[in-house]
Design a protein around this ligand. Sequence first.
Ligand SMILES: [Zn+2]
Length: 494
Amino acid sequence: MTGMAEAKSLLARNIDRIVSAGAEYADARFFVDDSSEVLVLYDGNLEANDTGFETGVGVRVLWGGAWGFAATSDPASLDSCFDLALRNAQTAAGLVKVALRMGRLPAHKDSFRSPVEIDPIAVPLAEKLDLLTSIDARLKEDWILRRIVTANFTRRHQLFVNSDGTEIEKKLTNIFADMMVMALDAEGQMQRRSMSLYTTGKGTRGWEMLLAPDLFSGHAERIKTELSQLVKAEPLQYGRRSVILLPGQTFLQVHETIGHPLELDRILGYELSYAGGSFVTLDSIGKLRYGSERLNVSSFGGIENTPGSFGYDDDGTPEKDYLLIDKGILVNVLSSRAMVNEANDRAGRKVLEESGGAARATAFYRAPIDRMTNVNILPGRDGGLEDIIASTADGIVVDNPTSWSIGSNREHFHFGCEIAWEIKDGRRTRILRNPTYQGHTLEFYNSLTAVGDESTWQLWQVDNCGKGEPNQVMQLGHGVPVVRFDDVITGERG
Ligand SMILES: [Zn+2]
């Protein structure tokens, strides 16, 4: 396949052929370019410099209520790849108990491009290393034992065609970066502070993003100073108190205890053998009190600058903004076309109106499954961080996860964080080390008593969400404000 027009017509012709043979639905994803690059500086030395390039076509065919999938990186075997996907579906159809349905959607002919000024993969390696090395130099001190600076770039040019007549061309660029410093505390235990590249949800997402000091490099001195205080700090004592989460912690709290339990395929039991299930049931949708009145959560693939925005999902469904949790009540879940139809069939009523546009595959040789896009907590009306601290009698502010342990149905959790600031009578008093907190998901979100305003809202990126068999590592975003929960179990019982 040479040009995009030729590729489109080849894929469309094969899809017509498969549908004429009796398939209920078919689609193809042609990855023209799927490039990646990972750079790791460890104590200033280049520890890893990995680049990847993949190209190929993945084909899905729905026949007799069953999926068949096949993929090839050889353009000459395109026709036989479609034939194989059809045969796989026909074989699977003989074993089907619950028939899957995709339904039919209006055709879209469109394109989507993530906004980029400078393609990060095209930037010369020397220039990339210069930037990472200059950040590393700012982290260097005699007393610091380990320094890690990493950057990760992805670029994907993809063509999607399906039997609805939809044709979407996408160009997606993502950029991730992390820095971390480690040192020993008085007890000889390793402490760490880190920072990841985040976004405001606006702007472009090319190499230029990594050059913006406020989003990344400008935090080097801060994390170093905080680590110097952390190694001299007392440990957090066990007890119930308020916990204020900064966005660097909130994003993972939301990811693990709102994002994952609201994936419809998990709710339907498809992920039980690997990623796990969910305490949410079909019956919960529309009535479960998930959190306090202050909790408003949306899924929005249309935010300008995040890895969770991609225009159209891998079912050909356009992205849209929809509420998952409205004033504390669960009103929707993360879904794809076949899962929505199955959920409605199983419930014997219309539990869900339409697909949430969450079907995503990580590579041309993987089939799409339900994934997060941007699962966000909407900003609240409780002011900035200092306002929330001022109204807290006894609590801690925590940032950045060090460890997490989550129930397989996401019903409870335990997080360890890098750092805590003690709050007494509305004031920050001292830094504490080894902070942890835990809770029951629903009890925890029902104890949400403060949600920061727009000024506290940051979009944190996830580049390593794992799910599916075989495993698919996905990239997405979480836009979150500062949040406060009351009466939370913190610290470890001595
Ligand atoms: Zn995940």
